[in-house]
Design a protein around this ligand. Sequence first.
Ligand SMILES: Cc1cc2nc3c(=O)[nH]c(=O)nc-3n(C[C@H](O)[C@H](O)[C@H](O)COP(=O)(O)OP(=O)(O)OC[C@H]3O[C@@H](n4cnc5c(N)ncnc54)[C@H](O)[C@@H]3O)c2cc1C
Length: 428
Amino acid sequence: MSLSILIIGTGIAGPTLALLLQRASPTHTITLIERAPTLRASGLQLDFKAQGTPIMRKMGLLEAMRAHRVDETGARVVGARGETLAEYGVKNSAKTEGAQSGLTNEIEIMRGDMVRVLYEAGVAERQRLESEGVKGGGLKYVFGASVKEVVQRGQQGVDVTFGDGREERFDLVVGADGQNSRTRKMAFGAEVSAEAFKELGSQVAYFNVPRGNGDGTIARLFFAAKSRAVMVRNGGRPMTQIYMFSQHNMEKIRESYGKSVAEQKAVWTETFKGAGWETDRFLEGMQTADDFYSHQLAQVKLLALYKGRIALVGDAGYCPSVMTGKGTTAAFIGAYVLAGELARQTHDVDAALKSYDEVMKEPVKLAQIIGSNMTLPSSSLAVWFIRNGLWAASTLKIDKLFMNMMPQKKDALEAWPLPEYPELNLVE
Ligand SMILES: Cc1cc2nc3c(=O)[nH]c(=O)nc-3n(C[C@H](O)[C@H](O)[C@H](O)COP(=O)(O)OP(=O)(O)OC[C@H]3O[C@@H](n4cnc5c(N)ncnc54)[C@H](O)[C@@H]3O)c2cc1C
């Protein structure tokens, strides 16, 4: 059966779903809309692990992803003079047992490259289908667009009113619009959506600055006083990626989210001024960074991933947060399972959505596991203690604090068996 499907959001989950849906049924009519005026191919390093690798292989995109691989050889905790306090090696995601915990996973790629690979693969797939004479169906990307209103019409689908006043009925609407999803709010109501959004008590800012002399292929992490931390990753690129984490100045940072980027930068500058190590260099670079992006660390926990004919995929439905390092993998899994269930139960969209929700319960639960508690050290004394303690602890491989920022030592998600969907017509 051919479906008309609206996908809201062209980050990671949306374009992945669009490509999988096309593979399963070339006669689906798929519309993707993005609020931004162009493809939002920015952001820092993402990794995919566990099921992310087989899904990319099945989609025939593993080599394209590998071609953009960031050259990162490990991670290091540094002190105020840049001295090494602890060091971690590259983790091979193919190994499930006994893998060393660390920041660097097998496939690390810049978010912008990943977004582009997924987008281009979807467009190329459509061109291939058309060149083979496939009639009907289609794939359309619309930028600078948003949804104003949705009205559920039972098995008839969903009536959508777009921001420009245009109206259209779709068999299915999928929200892939990230952790602050408006689709979630429209489908479940503001109250349920707000209740599902679980703040983790930290703020994070991401941006790139020009490469400095010491920025190499080893990622570096610095803990400053007053519950602040900075992570620096270069990966052999001309620009260096900066992640600032803060549990300090929380109210001001939270308030800044509704304001301009310049105002957000001013609050982050105030928060990190004089934090030590090379933070002043990062703050200086931040002033002219055109890719500054900041948000609250949060998880999204809903009782169900769909309501009527509106489903959520990726961060919109079950954001595990950057602290788990599993957002991208979970987005791939959700897109794969949703497309798989729709392909399997093509004549019963409602049954497919129910199965999608049921299958996703376990991987979502596993992806959302966060190591130990997320408290960044608050006093200078605590920071001093941890820094000095870390040196010894790292040799014993037991430093708990660093584990807060790292993927889980024992990755439960990796053991979750990915369902097979031959109906998706993938490579293997
Ligand atoms: C600009 C940007 C930079 C990021 N940088 C990092 C990073 O450095 N490190 C990291 O770990 N994670 C980052 N993330 C988040 C990361 O991409 C996701 O956690 C993960 O990959 C899951 O992807 P997703 O597709 O579910 O959500 P996202 O990647 O967040 O994509 C959501 C998409 O929906 C669009 N959108 C939002 N609201 C609407 C709306 N109302 N109507 C239409 N479109 C809408 C957004 O513009 C975006 O393109 C970033 C996200 C964005 C948007």
